[in-house]
Write a protein that binds this ligand. Structure first.
Ligand SMILES: Cc1cc2nc3c(=O)[nH]c(=O)nc-3n(C[C@H](O)[C@H](O)[C@H](O)COP(=O)(O)OP(=O)(O)OC[C@H]3O[C@@H](n4cnc5c(N)ncnc54)[C@H](O)[C@@H]3O)c2cc1C
Length: 409
């Protein structure tokens, strides 16, 4: 073990100890209030008439984010230069695993900055944009949305049609984005748009746009199998964006979009290890208490094999993640330009975890029998989550493309 790893593990232990206290002291009361309101939970929310997350659920989630920011737990992954704690990817793997395992499907999950928080792309904003966007995000005062995908363009990012044209020193943004998480609530929009058509990976730029800027409208809600009421469309019609809201340099949009997407890909490691372990513990409890033929189903080899397969998948995916995250820490996981060996490792984390977790969630449902299919049960919900994971932040096929490119280049 290197000195760096020893130091890192102390920081992780400090974080997880404080997170445990935070769950008990700060999250539990908000969860109790939400339960009394009878509008579901963050992960099983009641939806409003538009199919959007119920406002009371959203408010509870926001309250936890603000408390988490005050407690110094919201942004361990953000670099110290940008105002975060600068945890390495290996440290974040441990932190994320702990957060997902200890929160289960509770409100505690909102305490760790995710799509709606600060991220490795926005860290590159100008000094002028820092006070206006990054600092409020770090404080949990506002939320963000990453606006890359369009109705006709998902995987094929460079074919996007949303454009930004120069007008004086400003930019004018026109187009529409779809499948955007937090589309209807975000105050800060990280929009990727074409600034130089035909320039390949230099054709795009990233802009920070106020959610209430003239010309921004929230489009239709897009209901997905997640049922969280968070996905939707955004329209940009002649939106004026000042030059200081360009993130990094004009032409860096593709690299910045990939930094954001790669961050989400790497986060699969801790998420799947944490939720996978949680499902395994629940499956073992169920196997010990559910009886068939006068004895616990845990005595049956058929059920023993289900939990053994769950353990094997969680263990193998976790091991892959830890090794790959350590290698990525050496290479610089978010460097621009990214080290050529990094994409393969990032995609290995995503594809191995997405597919292992899908099998884990499937086996978890099987151990629980009909109860695992009950709408709103943790097993049923996480089975839907697991199916979803294989598509956003790059499909599992695209991960294979990246792995093959890394091997064959
Ligand atoms: C719940 C949810 C939340 C999301 N949140 C966001 C968000 O916050 N921001 C955002 O910008 N986007 C978001 N997305 C969009 C998401 O990133 C895209 O759905 C994803 O990138 C896949 O694109 P697509 O849906 O257009 O699929 P397509 O690109 O149409 O792919 C369809 C099929 O073709 C395969 N395919 C396509 N191209 C290739 C290729 N070159 N090689 C091999 N196979 C290929 C794919 O693997 C897939 O099997 C979200 C999506 C969902 C479902």
């Amino acid at each position: 073990m290197t000195t760096g790893t020893v130091a890192a593990s102390r920081r992780v232990t400090d974080y997880t100890t404080r997170f445990r206290t935070f769950l008990d002291d700060e999250v539990a009361p908000v969860e109790a209030e939400l339960a009394a309101a009878g509008v579901g939970t963050v992960w099983q929310p009641a939806l409003d008439a538009d199919g959007r997350m119920h406002p009371a659920v959203w408010a509870a989630r926001r309250e936890v984010q603000r408390r988490s920011a005050r407690a110094g737990l919201y942004h361990p992954h953000v670099s110290t230069r940008a105002g975060g704690d600068g945890f390495s990817r290996v440290e974040m793997q441990h932190v994320e695993e702990y957060v997902y395992r200890s929160s289960g499907l509770g409100l505690g999950l909102a305490a760790l900055g995710w799509t709606e928080g600060a991220n490795p792309a926005i860290e590159h904003c100008s000094d002028a944009a820092r006070g206006r966007y990054l600092e409020p995000l770090l404080a949990g005062e506002v939320t963000a949305a990453f606006c890359n995908t369009e109705t006709s363009v998902g995987t094929d990012v460079l074919a996007m049609t949303t454009r930004a044209r120069r007008r004086g020193t400003d930019w004018i943004l026109d187009g529409a984005k779809a499948w955007i998480t937090n589309a209807h609530f975000a105050e800060v929009l990280q929009v990727v748009a074409v600034t130089e058509a035909g320039a390949g990976t230099r054709s795009l730029s990233m802009f920070l746009v106020d959610g209430d800027a003239p010309g921004v409208t929230r489009g239709r809600d897009i209901p997905t199998m997640l049922g969280d009421g968070l996905t939707g469309e955004l329209h940009f019609d002649g939106v004026r964006v000042p030059a200081e809201n360009v993130v990094r340099e004009v032409g860096d949009g593709f690299a910045l979009a990939m930094a954001w997407i790669n961050w989400r890909r790497m986060c699969r490691g801790g998420m799947c290890a944490g939720w996978g372990s949680w499902l395994l513990e629940r499956a073992i409890d169920r196997a010990r208490t559910r009886r068939s033929g006068g004895r616990p189903i845990a005595d049956l080899q058929a059920v023993q094999h289900l939990v053994a397969d769950m353990d094997a998948d969680v263990y193998a995916a976790r091991a892959t993640s830890l090794v790959a995250q350590a290698e990525l820490d050496e290479l610089g996981p978010f460097s621009i330009p990214l080290h050529p060996d990094a994409p393969r490792l990032i995609s290995l984390i995503k594809v191995v975890n997405d597919e292992a977790f899908f099998r884990v969630a499937d086996n978890a449902v099987q151990v629980h029998g009909g109860t695992g299919l009950l709408q709103g049960s943790p097993e049923e919900k996480l089975f839907r989550v697991a199916r979803n994971l294989k598509i956003p932040a790059g499909t599992v096929e695209i991960q294979r493309n990246a792995i093959a490119r890394g091997l064959l280049r």
